[in-house]
Design a protein around this ligand. Structure first.
Ligand code: SAM
Length: 177
């Protein structure tokens, strides 16, 4: 894979418009990588909000902690497919960009359980995936999911599907109220 992160590949303006992040929101950037989206989110939530940037990779999280010490970003080492240190029903939005394709079936189950635990009723999950079509970068075709395949795997209410750049889509879901 030529690109480790999606920085520079996504239509961030459209993503931020559709996410509609408000002041005071608590947002989880799950599998945050270098945390470039967390840095955009923090500008929107203001002092009353919090961005949790979570990744299994300790080096990414250590680097992000140093960079964001004086912001509303809390960088945490953790696995979104099992129990994280975050509180029950504490989040307004979970953002998962180009991570879902990595999950094995047991991890998908763990992910669903953790998302249900963390989201407030009516709160949203945003999943960004690479399109299921040939590109000269990205995961092999057998790991990619079509829009329908993604929706079939997740028991949340689909709320909107958007192209977010040449190669990617974003599916929004709502946690039931
Ligand atoms: C392709 S990168 C995407 C990074 C970032 N979201 C972006 O859009 O640039 C996938 C990231 O997910 C992280 N990751 C993989 N499995 C994870 C899991 N179960 N929980 C949390 N992070 C995970 C990896 O360490 C990596 O940083």
């Amino acid at each position: 894979m030529k690109h480790k992160f999606t920085e520079g590949l996504l239509d961030n303006k459209k993503i931020l418009e559709k996410l509609d992040i408000k002041k005071g929101y608590k947002v989880l950037d799950a599998g945050c990588g270098n945390g470039y989206m967390s840095k955009k989110f923090t500008k929107l939530v203001g002092n009353a909000g919090t961005i949790y940037a979570l990744d299994t990779d300790k080096a990414f999280i250590e680097a992000l902690k140093k960079e964001t010490a004086k912001t509303s970003i809390i960088a945490v080492v953790g696995d979104i497919t099992s129990k994280t240190p975050l509180e029950d029903s504490s989040l307004d939005l979970i953002y998962l960009s180009t991570v879902f394709h990595i999950f094995k079936p047991a991890q998908i189950e763990g992910f669903i359980k953790e998302v249900k635990r963390l989201l407030r009723p009516g709160a949203r999950l945003a999943v960004i995936n690479i399109n299921k079509e040939e590109t000269d970068f990205g995961p092999p075709m057998e790991m990619r999911l079509s829009h329908e395949e993604l929706r079939q795997k997740l028991p949340f209410v689909p709320k909107g599907l958007f192209d977010v750049g040449k190669y990617f889509y974003m599916q929004l879901f709502e946690n039931s109220k």
